[in-house]
Ligand binder design. Structure first.
Ligand code: ATP
Length: 201
C-alpha cells in the first residue's frame, strides 16, 4: 500500500484530483471531513474544546460554533495552537483507523489541505502530491464556486503556505491550470502508473 499525501492551496483542485484517484480505486481519507465530524454534536473533540475555550463556543445543538472559533483562532495564535493540540491527535487516530480499514488498496490518499503548514504529516505518508495553480486561478475558481469576494479568497491564500513552500515539499506536482478535466485525469493516471511501477521495483 502506498500512502499519498494530497495537498494544495484553496481552489487549486485537490478535491477534483482526489475524486479522480478514487475513480481509479484509491481509498480517500479526508482530514477536513474528519475534523468536522469531531466537532459535530457528540463529537470526540467537543468535551475538550468546551473545557478549554468555554461553553460559549458550543452551539445549542452541541456542535462547535465554527464561525466563532474561526474568528478566535484568526486573531489569537495561542488559541489556534490549543485548538490544534486537541484536534490533531484525534485526527491522527481517525486517519490510522481508516487507513487500517483500507489495507487491501494499492493507494490510500490522505487529503490534507494544510499538509505543508503542519510539518508532522510528512512522516505519515510515502509521497506528497501537490496540486498547484496560480493565485489568479485559485481566486476565480473559489469566487465562482463559493460566491466569495476576491478579498475573502485572498485572506485565506495569505494564511496558507506559499506556492513555493508547497512545491518544495512535493514529490510530485500537478499544475492544474489550462487543463480540461480529461487532461487533468490524464495527469493523474500518469502519476498512478509511475507510482505503481515504482512499487513493483
Ligand atoms: P478547497 O481547498 O477550497 O477545498 P480544492 O483545492 O479542493 O478547493 P476543487 O474544489 O477541486 O479545489 O476545485 C475548485 C473549483 O474549480 C471546483 O469548482 C472545480 O470543479 C473547479 N476545477 C478544478 N480543476 C478544474 C479543471 N482542471 N477544469 C475545470 N474546473 C476545475
Amino acid at each position: 500500500m502506498q500512502r499519498i499525501g494530497l495537498t494544495g492551496g484553496i481552489g487549486s483542485g485537490k478535491s477534483t484530483v482526489a475524486s479522480m484517484l478514487v475513480q481509479r480505486g484509491a481509498a480517500l481519507i479526508d482530514t477536513d471531513a474528519i475534523a468536522r465530524s469531531l466537532t459535530l454534536p457528540g463529537g470526540q473533540a467537543m468535551g475538550p474544546i468546551a473545557a478549554q475555550f468555554g461553553q460559549d463556543l458550543v452551539q445549542a445543538d452541541g456542535a462547535l460554533d465554527r464561525d466563532r472559533m474561526r474568528q478566535i483562532v484568526f486573531q489569537d495564535a495561542s488559541a489556534k495552537r490549543r485548538l490544534e493540540a486537541i484536534l490533531h491527535p484525534l485526527i491522527g487516530m481517525a486517519c490510522d483507523h481508516q487507513a487500517a480499514q483500507a489495507q487491501d488498496r494499492d493507494i490510500v490518499v490522505f487529503d490534507v489541505p494544510l499538509l505543508v503548514e503542519s510539518g508532522r504529516w510528512r512522516a505519515r505518508v510515502d509521497r506528497v502530491l501537490v496540486v498547484d495553480a496560480t493565485e489568479a486561478t485559485q481566486m476565480s475558481r473559489v469566487m465562482a464556486r463559493n460566491g466569495w469576494s476576491a478579498e475573502a479568497v485572498q485572506a485565506v491564500i495569505a494564511q496558507q503556505a506559499s506556492r513555493e513552500a508547497r512545491r518544495a515539499a512535493a514529490d510530485a506536482v500537478i499544475f492544474n491550470e489550462g487543463l480540461d478535466l480529461a487532461q487533468l485525469q490524464a495527469e493523474v493516471d500518469g502519476l498512478l502508473q509511475q507510482w505503481m511501477a515504482a512499487d513493483r521495483r
